[in-house]
Ligand binder design. Sequence first.
Ligand code: ASN
Length: 305
Amino acid sequence: MQLLVHGGAGSDPADPDARQAVLEQAADAGVERSTPVAAVETAVTVLESDPRFNAGVGSAVQSDGEIRTDAGIMTDDRTVGAVCSMPGVEHAISVARLVMEETPHGFVSGEHAVALADAYGIETDVDLWSSRTREKWADLEVPTGGPKPQLEWIRDRYGQSDPAGSSRNEPAGESATSHDHDTVGAVALDGNALAAATSTGGRWLALAGRVGDVPQVGAGFYCSPAAAVSATGAGEDIARVTLSQRTARHIERGCDAETATTLAIEEFAELTGATAGVIALDARGTLGSAYNSAAMQTARAVRER
Ligand SMILES: NC(=O)C[C@H](N)C(=O)O
């Protein structure tokens, strides 16, 4: 089994060593599992439980003061499961897997996804706030009163910076943008079987109900017989260029994973002017990762059988 995980594309993190240690733990936990789909799920659940990352506990807060989680998972036979907008769900990736394996659907949203999780014994009603997110939310002073005043407030702020806070125009301020980039993902290969998974709390300064790239197949995650891919970064931009599928396509056309990720990020940057990162593992076992943000941490684990 070979597994590669990422902890989000963005600015240079304040605590890279501590984050790297958690990424290594996630990779080590995942690689012990017996199938690629279990491997990516396990690795992602470790990261969802760590408040340093913007997934599960420690996720971004939406404009109405609610945290909602999204995730997607896929295997090389193009079986897919995705979930979005789930309050109180730490392990969004496990709910995505549940959708993939237990329902005839590919994507379930909101309160119904939470009810499904609950019905299958996945913990709900979890407190997803961390001390960091509490402080940050307290500093923001988002207006109450529903979507219109909130939209007015976020319109000038959202998208002014990349998910990390390095500005495209004017930075929205450190408190508004830092730690916005810590979406997590994993790709795994065992023999010929591949799987990909991505999980997030979305982005700060987003309107309540906003859903980014992460649970959209081909955008935040993708898997084909040729490659498994997980993406991170500016979600609206990732979705409109289907970054993960684009990366897999380069591999399907003969590129190795390193060339494919580099090409896909170059195209992404040219088409959108935004920042993102992507990791890939191809069916031959070659790895690739590329990003045009300041940083993206990854960790790899291999276990011979
Ligand atoms: N930090 C991220 O990667 C955010 C995620 N791509 C989203 O837009 O929801």
